[in-house]
Design a protein around this ligand. Sequence first.
Ligand code: IMP
Ligand code: MG
Length: 186
Amino acid sequence: MKHLPPARTVKPLITADEIAQRMRFMAEDIARRFPDDLMIVSLLRGSFVFAADLIRALHEVHDYPILPQVDFMTLASYGSGTSSSGSIEIIRDISEPVEGRDVLIIDDILESGRTLTYARDLILQRHARSARIAVLLEKPGKRKFNINADMVGFVIPDHFVIGYGLDYDNYYRELPFIGILPDGIA
Ligand code: IMP
Ligand code: MG
């Protein structure tokens, strides 16, 4: 076991209640604005908790019923540290065809934009009809690629955050809230 602060000691930056409330708003917005036969592509591993909550929140939007399909893609861009590294690799591809589909790509955080630029270009190269992006978090001022999300959960200051699917070295994904990695770790 590595020498890391116990998960119980991590302080929330965004609480579970705040996330749940925002999730209902985002789901309503997605259901209202986007086609009802969306293909949702969740980028692993970081977005799995967000995706799981968002699709269930979508189900609760009664005014705009939608019938999405869900797939997953694992892309690697970070090593086991907290800074951005070189290029992107597909570790696991989606298994559904996206040709002619309206795709909603879901990711945990938009930082440099490298991951999402890669994912969106890939989906569009495969002749999706549209490729939109929803992210849980956005760190402004860190962008290296010209890309924006169509939907953002929370804009956060430039700290390394963990929890609700986001990790440090594959730890802390289980936190039900978003916290800041304590100083001196990364
Ligand atoms: P980008 O490609 O630079 O936009 O980085 C996006 C990816 O970097 C995310 O999908 C995360 O996996 C990772 N990442 C960036 N910032 C953080 C953070 O503060 N905490 C955890 N992961 C992060
Ligand atoms: Mg990630």
